[in-house]
Unconditional design. Structure first.
Length: 145
């Protein structure tokens, strides 16, 4: 111990003394202004929409159909657009494919009730079979209905 300072507290040549450490300059950081960001494209600009019609709003999503241009081809699209004008889903196909698709979609739209009833009946039968296996009298349950 030399001069009252323990050896471990003496500055080493590799580590500068605390007074020798310079504070980082903050003036340069505060005087620099961030570059202006380019304005974000809207979903319709992003997908190069030429014409569109809003169909319905479901759960804050606007359903929109229209025509867009992609790689020189004009396509018919359907899109779900959020209330903040962001496209959640964008699906486009050539018009001739939509001409085949729309009648089939319309047919499913008319049949949806029948399809739902069939699926519900399947689930009820599965549950009744499970209850029967557990030893529950399903006939007594059915008579309550």
């Amino acid at each position: 111990m030399e001069g009252g300072v323990p050896e471990r507290d003496k500055p080493t040549p590799e580590a500068p003394a605390p007074a020798d450490i310079e504070a980082p300059e903050t003036e340069e950081e505060t005087t620099e202004k961030p570059e202006a960001e380019a304005p974000r494209k809207s979903w319709s600009e992003n997908f190069n929409v030429k014409k569109m019609t809003e169909i319905e709003t479901i759960d804050r999503l606007r359903i929109i159909v229209g025509v867009n241009e992609y790689k020189g081809s004009h396509l018919v699209f359907i899109a779900k657009v959020t209330d903040k004008d962001f496209s959640r889903h964008f699906f486009s196909m050539p018009a001739w494919v939509w001409n085949k698709t729309v009648p089939i979609l319309s047919q499913y739209g008319a049949e949806i009730g029948t399809i739902e009833k069939e699926e519900m009946a399947k689930k009820v039968l599965e549950e009744l079979k499970r209850l029967k296996e557990l030893g529950i009298d399903v006939g007594a349950l059915a008579s309550r209905v």
